[in-house]
Design a protein around this ligand. Structure first.
Ligand code: SF4
Length: 299
């Protein structure tokens, strides 16, 4: 059984608390979208039942400080740190926090050696956790964390446009066709209803990473690029008309959100990278002072 919340004000404590809150609760915007989805599905339908189970799961995890899902997922940190702070030390503290959170039961032991399949029991190893560290001029840390489930990652995909099979050209209409194709192919697997983080452009590596960064956005934010804002709404509307529904049981709640960003690309390529996220979009973040005090939660 997980032990109680950590106390203290060190950076390690703050990181462990951010991990606990990320793993054991969902952000308010995601919970609200799941509530809306539950209300939208007809009484007695399998879609309604699936949404009911999801809601009960979230409530139980929150009350008991237990993981929302047993699939810990990829541990993705996005940390901005005050210039001058030792980045190597920061990486060490973040990794130690993952070990500690695993020991306390906030994270299930879920990271294995790719060649032997051996589980270290710590969630730490080559590539885990994933650390994006960026210095900035402010005097505090901006620490954000996403836990991205393996089932949902299996549904992530990448397109290279033009795609004659989809009739998708190198334009925003083509991007929408990719989003709808990915949603259709998933058929609710990867634990729908899903949230799609999308990147237009970049290369194969940066495209996927930028697509994942879109998952840091709140569902109800508005893209500052009006063209991307328009296709985000359009893809969401059309995706929810596919009839796939929660877990593929049928219904109108197939997607909870679509968030699209863009990176420069080479003239020779036009990638559309899609990071498929499950309903358990465990995302949290906080402003943390240099002394480790959590000043403000972001979600
Ligand atoms: S895909 Fe998401 S909801 Fe499904 S098992 Fe993995 S973490 Fe859990």
């Amino acid at each position: 059984m997980p032990k109680s919340k950590p106390k203290g004000t060190s950076l390690l404590d703050a990181l462990v608390e951010i991990i606990r809150k990320t793993s054991c609760d969902l952000p308010k915007d995601i919970s609200a979208a799941i509530e809306r989805g539950h209300q939208a599905e007809p009484d007695g339908s399998r879609g309604k039942y699936a949404m009911q189970i999801i809601l009960e799961n979230i409530k139980m995890a929150r009350e008991k400080s237990q993981p929302v899902c047993q699939d810990t997922g990829t541990i993705l940190f996005f940390i901005k740190y005050p210039g001058g702070f030792d980045a190597e030390k920061l990486a060490g503290v973040a990794t130690k926090a993952v070990r500690e959170a695993t020991k306390r039961g906030y994270l299930r032991q879920n990271s294995v050696d790719s060649l032997t399949g051996r589980n270290s029991g710590t969630n730490v190893g080559p590539g885990s956790p994933v650390l994006h560290l960026e210095p900035w001029r402010k005097n505090y840390f901006d620490i954000r964390l996403v836990l991205k489930g393996g089932g949902s990652e299996n549904m992530s995909t990448q397109y290279s446009l033009p795609d004659t099979r989809l009739g998708a050209g190198r334009d925003l209409d083509g991007v929408c066709k990719c989003v709808l194709d990915a949603t259709h192919k998933a058929q609710g697997r990867g634990c729908g209803p899903g949230v799609l983080g999308v990147c237009v452009g970049g290369d194969r590596g940066t495209g996927y990473m930028h697509a994942k960064e879109q998952l840091l956005r709140k569902l109800d934010d508005r893209n500052i690029n009006p063209d991307l804002a328009r296709i985000e709404s359009e893809c969401l509307r059309l995706g929810n008309r596919l009839g796939i529904g929660p877990m593929g049981f049928g219904g109108s709640t197939t997607l909870l959100g679509v968030k699209i960003g863009a990176l420069n690309r080479l003239p020779a390529s036009f990638f559309v990278s899609i990071a498929y996220m499950c309903w358990a979009e465990r995302r949290q973040g906080a402003r943390v002072e240099k002394n480790g005090r959590i000043k403000k939660w972001f979600y």
